[in-house]
Design a binder for this molecule. Structure first.
Ligand code: T4K
Length: 402
């Protein structure tokens, strides 16, 4: 418990946590069940290339998500690249800048220009009102990102893409096991792509999946993720290697048995943060509203420095000294990272909401590695820092620490 500024670790006090708390600490589930599956894989001597675990994992995912086809892959970035290519996207594709760099990179990697679109500051997702202004004769598609697992405005984006004859892909890296209007994320647009990276609440070490209800598209994606092979010695399409290994699929199968438990922990931590931060001036906890199903894997705050008396970056320094490794995803926005910064030096002019948001957002730790008591201690610390924000900022400036 901090009662004076000198209690803060940044001023020489004892850090609030002796063991560092991270964003994205993997959820493990039942390690002995996983090890038993790993042992079976070794006994079978079938390690990759559409093995038994991959087949079972794909079938369980299709059924969970209520979608005809699920094709698992080695990671979401390759899954995005392959799906973009299988959809025939070319020229320009409209994407938000407020996303992980993999989203625009998966376009630029294959010489398709990402055209950055601003976000709706309420939802943090691509703003459909801005999308249409960016469509040119070279535009072939839109990629919406379900940021933080809150679905973007799928209806508006589907309507625009239908009317303007554009392909529509959703980067659902954050939205596994979420729903929208009673339907699971996975069946919207032409296709959706999930990430099962270690830092996601549901992981396969590295991994990802494409889901679609389009038979032809699914066939093309399956070919493309396996070098274009159709049976032995017969390559019928351009392809690459996007296959998921058996050990990753085994982790996925084990984790599926613990999915509800992971979400319960995330929800309970989210609710504890919500109660702890209620009424605190200068802080907005990103909301998950209505009857949709969410995975609550990200606890996202927006800090208003005018009201809080302390800026987001200063707050992060204070937290890091306390061994709470809060993060500022997706700072500074993809348009300010290379190669896009050089290609589009004035992109910021069309992205006022993104520009503001990247300076306000910070994420707090959650998941099974974070206990309810940890959340209480983090919120108490946050309250203390915000109540004394001006004094702490002044002291850090006096010491040339910010
Ligand atoms: N689209 C979106 C919207 C995405 O967010 C992502 C990935 C993708 C596409 C692409 O998906 P993948 O191709 O990765 O499947 C992390 C992840 O690497 C990345 O997967 C994720 N988004 C992004 C939001 O976060 P970093 O640069 O923050 O990772 P890193 O290494 O700093 O890890 C974060 C924290 O997690 C660390 O501070 C410690 C902890 N950690 C990490 C790992 C890997 C662990 O405790 N254990 C671990 O094994 O990108």
């Amino acid at each position: 418990m901090k009662t004076t500024c000198s209690d803060l670790a940044i001023f020489g006090g004892v850090p609030a946590f002796s063991d560092t708390l991270y964003i994205g600490r993997p959820n493990i589930g039942d390690s002995s069940a996983f090890l038993a599956k790993a042992s079976e894989i070794l006994d079978r001597r079938w390690l990759t290339n559409n093995g038994a675990c991959v087949q079972e994992f794909e079938a369980r995912l299709s059924s969970l998500l209520g979608v005809k086809h699920c094709i698992v892959m080695c990671n979401a970035t390759i899954a995005l690249e392959i799906t973009i290519r299988a959809l025939g996207m070319s020229g320009e594709v409209i994407v938000p800048s407020f996303t992980f760099i993999a989203t625009p990179h998966s376009l630029q990697w294959q010489q398709i220009t990402p055209v950055f679109c601003d976000i709706d500051p309420r939802t943090h997702s691509i703003d459909p009102d801005r999308v249409e202004e960016l469509i040119t004769p070279r535009t072939t598609g839109i990629i919406g990102v379900h940021v933080w697992g809150r679905p973007c405005d799928t209806g508006r984006l589907e309507e625009i893409s239908r009317r303007r004859n554009l392909r529509l892909l959703f980067d659902a890296a954050h939205a596994f096991s979420c729903s929208h209007g009673g339907r699971m994320i996975g069946g919207f647009g032409d296709a959706e792509v999930f990430s099962f990276h270690a830092t996601k609440f549901f992981n396969t070490f590295e991994g990802g999946a494409v889901t679609t209800n389009n038979d032809e598209l699914a066939t093309r994606i399956r070919l493309m993720k396996n070098f274009g092979f159709s049976g032995y010695d017969n390559v019928i399409y351009i392809g690459t290697n996007g296959k998921m290994s058996e050990i990753s699929a085994a982790m996925g199968l084990t984790s599926l048995d613990h999915l509800d438990e992971f979400i319960d922990v995330n929800r309970s931590n989210y609710q504890a943060y919500s109660v702890g931060l209620a009424g605190l001036p200068g802080v907005r906890l990103f909301p998950f509203e209505g009857t949709d199903r969410y995975n609550y894997q990200y606890v996202v705050l927006e800090i208003d420095p005018q009201v809080a008396g302390i800026g987001r970056d200063t707050l992060l320094k204070v937290f890091h000294a306390e061994n709470i490794m809060a993060r500022k995803y997706f700072y500074p926005g993809c348009h300010r990272m290379e190669p896009y910064r050089s290609y589009f030096p004035h992109a910021d002019l069309l992205l006022p909401e993104t520009e503001g948001l990247v300076c306000r957002v910070m994420l707090l730790p959650t998941g099974t590695a974070v206990s309810g008591n940890d959340v209480v201690r983090i919120t108490e610390l946050l309250k203390y820092v915000l109540h004394n924000g001006r004094e702490i900022t002044q002291e850090l400036q006096n010491r040339n620490l910010c």
